[in-house]
Design a protein around this ligand. Structure first.
Ligand code: F6P
Length: 411
């Protein structure tokens, strides 16, 4: 491939955020901005992802501006605009190229998942735009090639900024949910984002969920009865009589009426990248569980709670070390790549020497490795819990641990 030629010859770096937000986006922007400034770069922010490079451009100055990297979400805003969307591609790419010249942007740093970074990689390959990718997604489904050493077993795991904060929030939320489930002796079916990957759903187990249903392992005609049996067994095994079942929004579930295994969609729309919106599977699962077991079951969707709120400590340090590696790429003019963590590690071990880089094209849809899930138990196993324990502490278990003596009537 031909070496990309620099569009401009100055030192202006522009950052954009695309796709669904996470709690670690502002932290990533702050980390990149402050490091690039020290290296003498002028730093711009492009508003609303790729949208900010269309038409007249929507660009703000970040150099020497105060920035809050703890507050979640993205101050640069986000969108799911795709520069290469169908017949709009030619016009959009022309507008982007024109604006990069007009604003004299020399290097683009794209913080996003497969869609955002995939589009950036295309711009690099087709148009010679110098780009550096920066990972983010609560879904944790990018191919970061991060090795998890579980007692000597090396697992090809994934770790994306945004996931640790989301996972911690989900564990805490699930743990709180236990008090209401227990008070009503109910089954609560908790729906969790994550698109086609079950990584995030596993975090609910850290908070006390005992069954997790994920996209990688569908509930089919063949195993549905076994699932109901498992639900009955766990619910009745102790006197506590409650159960939290975590379900991924992208779970594939056997529908008796259609005879098909399918996902539940929240709407028929698709975004610019062709992704549909999932939502509603918890309602289906809860009503079928109640019908099959006779135990009261309610659906609850954690929704945007998973990705909202402040950046947690692990993510804050995680993005700082990735930003160090991104600066390494910048100084070497080594474009089309993205920094990643090499080895799953504790907070203390998050250091630049534990990072590497990957090509930023085709990094998406990395499913959960099979070794993390026990199909017959319908839940994540101790290997996954070990993976998660590096970034999420087990929340305090809230359990009604009373053993009140029974009072007998006098007659
Ligand atoms: O990809 C991140 C994610 O949060 C998914 O888990 C979820 O399916 C999707 O984004 C929701 O997107 P939106 O912000 O369009 O509702």
């Amino acid at each position: 491939m031909a070496q990309p030629k620099r569009i401009c010859e100055g030192k202006t770096l522009a950052i954009l955020t695309g796709g669904g937000d996470t709690a670690a986006l502002n932290a990533s922007i702050e980390a990149i901005k402050s490091r690039a400034s020290i290296l003498g770069y002028k730093v711009y922010g492009i508003l609303k992802g790729w949208k900010g490079l269309l038409d007249d451009g929507d660009i703000v100055e970040l150099t020497n501006q105060p920035y809050d990297g703890v507050y979640g979400g993205t101050a640069l805003r986000s969108s799911r605009t795709n520069p290469f969307s169908g017949d709009k591609a030619k016009e959009r790419v022309a507008q982007i190229m024109r604006n990069l010249k007009r604003y004299r942007i020399d290097v683009l740093v794209t913080i996003g998942g497969d869609d955002t970074n995939g589009a950036a990689k295309k711009l690099y390959e087709q148009e010679g735009v110098p780009v550096i990718g920066f990972p983010k997604t609560i879904d944790n489904d990018l191919n970061t090639r991060t090795i998890h050493n579980y007692n000597g077993q090396l697992i090809n795991a994934v770790l994306c900024p945004g996931f640790p904060s989301a996972a911690k929030g989900i564990a805490e939320f699930t743990s709180r949910l236990a008090t209401t489930a227990e008070s009503h002796s109910r089954i609560i079916v908790l729906e969790i984002m994550g698109r086609d990957a079950g990584w995030l759903c596993g975090a609910a187990m850290m908070g006390g969920a005992e069954i997790s249903l994920i996209p990688e392992f569908p509930v089919t005609k063949e195993n549905k009865q076994a699932l109901f049996e498992k639900v009955r067994e766990i619910y009745s095994k102790t006197k506590k009589h409650f159960l939290i079942v975590a379900v991924s929004e992208g779970l594939r579930w056997y529908d008796e009426k259609t005879g098909k295994v399918d996902v539940v969609y929240a709407s028929s729309e698709v975004d610019d990248f062709g992704h549909p919106r999932f939502g509603g599977v918890s309602g289906v699962v809860a009503s079928e569980i109640e019908k099959a077991t006779g135990i009261q079951a309610r659906a609850q969707n954690i929704g945007y709670y998973a990705r909202s709120g402040d950046c947690r400590n692990y993510d804050k340090r995680f993005v700082s070390v990735l930003a160090d590696r991104a600066m390494d790429l910048l100084l070497r003019e080594d474009y089309g790549k993205m920094p990643v963590l090499s080895k799953i590690c504790s907070y203390q071990e998050l250091e630049e020497f534990n990072t590497s880089t990957v090509d930023m094209g085709n990094i998406g849809n990395q499913p959960l490795p099979e070794v993390y899930y026990d199909q017959s138990e319908f839940h994540f196993n101790e290997r996954y819990m070990d993976f998660l324990s590096y970034m999420v502490d087990k929340p305090k278990a809230i359990r009604f641990d009373y053993n009140f003596p029974k009072v007998k009537p006098f007659e």
